[in-house]
Design a protein around this ligand. Sequence first.
Ligand code: HEM
Ligand SMILES: [Fe+2]
Length: 746
Amino acid sequence: MNTKKLWIAFTMVMVISFGILGYYGYEIYKEAPPIPKKVVTADGTVIFTASDIKDGQNVWQSIGGQEVGSVWGHGAYKAPDWTADWLHREAVFILDKLGEAEYAERYDKLDDEKQALLQKRLQNELRTNSYDFETGILHISALRLEAFKAISRHYANLFMDGEQEADLREAYAIPANSIKDADRMFKFNCFLFWATWSTVTERPGQEISYTNNWPPEKLVANEPSGSLLLWTGFSVIILIAGIGMLAWYYASHRDEEENSEVPAVNPLSGVKQTPSMKATLKYFWVVTALILVQILMGVVTAHYGVEGLAFYGFPLADFLPYSITRTWHIQLAIFWIATSWLATGLFIAPAVSGKEPKFQKLGVDILFGALLVIVLGSLAGQWFGVMQKLGLAENFWFGHQGYEYVDLGRFWQIFLFLGLFIWLFLMGRAIWPALQKRDENQHLLWMFLIASIAIAAFYGAGLMWGQQTHLTIASYWRWWVVHLWVEGFFEVFATVVIAFLFVRMQLLRPSIATASVLFSTVIFLSGGILGTFHHLYFAGTPTAVLAIGASFSALEVAPLVFMGFEAYHNIKISKATAWVAAYKWPIYFFVSVAFWNLLGAGVFGFLINPPIALYYMQGLNTTPVHAHTALFGVYGMLGIGLMLFVLRDMDLEAEWKEKPIKYAFWGLNIGLLLMVLLSVLPVGLAQTVASVKHGLWYARSAEFLETPFLETIRWMRVIGDTIFAVGALYLVWFVFGLKGGWSVKK
Ligand code: HEM
Ligand SMILES: [Fe+2]
């Protein structure tokens, strides 16, 4: 296809996909599980109101929300999924009461015929939708009220300081008094009641709950629906078709691949560095420091996995509980990866045009200061939030929003959004002169600019929800940010930036790079944009969302299957000629980007992607298998590769010492592989079996996770984690050694 056709295809994919994403967004607004104005018993007593539920959601967010256990399967894996836990407790409570009333025996003492009868009664009670759409009132029976009170007591003891619940708190890594007052506690319970109600009550006129029968729980007849199976099959077929079409494309374009003449000397060796380019160096020091802190937080969080409230006996959770270390671990990952990319952009832009705009260095310095304030400010705010030192509104603005990957308070979100636009402005003005030349590089430059604009702009979707927005709707917008970043415009950015670096070094012809970048962009986005819905199968959305999500996200995997081409191509480039050898390690990190794109994003992503798979696996350790190998594997490795590339260009004279960077590369890659293969994946698969057999509540329960076999495989993480951490230390040692002199041959 020629460039013009590819541009047309790109435009069409954007317009059509966002049209559909928007249309179903509207459906999601309409079909979300209603929040009742009042919850009322048969005698007319009001138990709680909509504002209790909404405040309760804010209380949940203030303790870290999705960073402590999960709701509707989204969040952390240490504590239970609260909706699955509540549902199971509610079912057992009601069954026992029914058993005692009918047969004077608890449910588990009864023979199976009697059990079947009571189960049916329970199902009628819970599945029947007793919400009145006219009045907005939800009616519940006296028995259900009793269950609400009993479970509320349990949760109050758990989150406050019940003595009997101390062991459970340790198992869940939740410090005593995570919620400090009775009013907040009551509202938190109201929110959980409502969120659980949505998982079991049937949509009007349908035999499926608001969350498509998620979580699996046989007692209440939460079982996979037919459409789940249907769309699973369909998604596999789409994947095979997608792979087939791409194979044809690659085969038919193989001949164009032949390389350009490789220049005899590095064409960049004469390039003069402008002050603003030099000013990006400090960004990379921050990147390196943040990597270190991020991994430290990961170690602590993983340790809480086996010793819930302490670090080798030291009561660390008193002031740095799991909820905070996990938040920081995730947020720092995003920050350092972003910082590395931003700095790379700022370094490349003036180099491309050969022009240093006025005050560019000042801009780069100001942005640097702003980023520091955002990182430190948002992390501190989260600490104050989780330690319950803020009111609910302050918490929303400055503390912890409790939404994974966008945990930072709204003020910090806005600040970061502005920061991204300052970055765009700085990049745009530096690239502009090059864009006006209209030479053969212009298409790549435009793609680079578009990917950068998209990254900044899509962060704005994170501002679409407010303090008390419905959870389903907040989820919709949250995945606009998170998914459209990582499975949309980040992939584009990664492809463009790598191609562009090679084009500048004259190792790749611009025409070939342009065609392949545009083509992969069209392919990524045609699956990636609508693939967003694979995060919303069970979040209170209609079934169409599941169908679209499953089908389009399967398409995303097709290009990842062919990452071998990319890896092989890059290895070949690294051996092209003598002077390229200096770039060996940055290029090797790009090779590992391709590897993890295949394994982490492609294989482990598709492992959990078909609806029936995710139905049982959502919220199990199979998700961190994918999350680590895709997020660190692809974008972390890219961040490191870009950093090394820029550091390389900053001082082309210096000859790097091989050992530390080699150990860093292999330590990070082998450590990551062992972490998932020896530990996280086996835990996830064992949990999957438990989830299929007994339901999600069991797969996440302390009872199951503390069996000796699971304890052992969880401990096995230490092996991979240690190798990984050693690799990271070598990286840090190496980067600082470029300044300190110990990483350079004299
Ligand atoms: C490099 C690209 C990718 C990155 C960085 C990435 C990252 C992530 C992360 C961090 C999560 C965890 C979310 C959570 O904890 O709730 C996640 C979840 C998920 N990813 Fe990806 N992903 C990528 C590509 C893919 C692909 C290609 C697929 C499959 C088509 C996929 C399917 C999923 C699914 C189904 C979930 C939901 C899991 C759950 O809710 O439990 N991802 N992804
Ligand atoms: Fe996704």
